[in-house]
Design a protein around this ligand. Sequence first.
Ligand code: HEC
Ligand code: HEC
Length: 320
Amino acid sequence: MSDFVSDFWHWYVAGISLLSILACAALLLSQHIKRPAKGEKVELHGHVWDGDLTEYNNPLPRWWMWLFYITIVFSLGYLVFYPGLGSFRGTFNWTSTNEYEAEIKQANAEYGPLFDKYLKVDIATLSKDPQANAMGQRLFLNDCAQCHGSDAGGAKGFPNLRDNDWLYGGDPATIETTILGGRNGVMPALGAAIGGEPGIMEVTNYVRSLSGLKHDAKLAEAGKAKFAICAACHGAEAKGNTAMGAPNLTDAIWLYGSSEETIAETIRNGRNNMMPAQKDRLGEAKIHLLAAYVYSLGGGVPAPTTAAPVTTPITTAPAK
Ligand code: HEC
Ligand code: HEC
């Protein structure tokens, strides 16, 4: 109701609710006919059905009437305490959101320690713990499967998390960072920059040649020269760049697809892809379990022995 700009609908709805209740009460009162004294002959209704079927004009039983009165008192009481009368919130100030949040708070207090105890274990070790993985899998099915698939196999635009091809990196810490903070992969539209449709066809053929797909060698040769603009992100050897989530274009694993049409579409229109941040939704402990679960799926790569550089120079292509 609070979405309305004027009070009209509040009064309209509240008025109809109250009037209906009052009308029920009035109807009930109107049914109070005189009860016949003992032995008094009860009059007939006067209607006759099916030839000879008639009905006594008896009042409703008292207990039955009282049940109706109780429902009326109940409904008025309910409307005082709970939201129901137009936009009136009720004196208890109850909302489903409050109730949901209270339940979540209680569940977190109850189950939080179960998750927290895993927070101290490092991800690589945790990924070998069957109990932790079972918990991670359940969390994954609840919170991640709608995008990445229940087997984490991904779909068009949603990366496969089981293979060892990573947009951002597959070592434990990077996986956890991805889930905590989310990611936003942006590939700009570059059609105009590489000479419009003919240029797009050339570069598309070059990209297809990189993973051994059928291509026109002449077009690909011309596309290779234009790839310099792409190398800024995908690397001179097109092996990708995890610092910005630019995919490896040589490994025959595709986020969107390998067809000429799809590759041309990516170059022509660009891509803007979003992995939503989970930190505020799930909290660190659950994300730690999720990172271990994803790491356990087989594609995880060991943590680098030296600290990973925060930004990778864009002219070199880091091995993935
Ligand atoms: C609304 C859809 C959506 C949900 C929900 C989602 N993801 Fe993602 N995720 C994506 C997209 C899209 C990407 C790719 C982002 C990009 O292209 O930059 C991604 C990327 C990732 C990556 C990086 C993969 C790589 O190759 O580096 C990981 C890891 C990941 N998600 C894990 C998870 C986990 C764990 C959850 C559950 C908590 C989850 N995601 C929930 C859409 C989603
Ligand atoms: C500013 C950095 C940047 C530049 C420049 C760039 N790309 Fe990309 N490209 C990306 C990113 C990031 C993605 C992943 C987008 C996503 O996560 O949805 C991507 C995705 C792609 C894909 C999809 C790959 C797949 O697996 O489906 C292709 C193909 C591609 N780029 C080709 C090119 C070509 C060809 C050029 C040069 C004309 C180019 N890119 C220039 C950053 C860039």
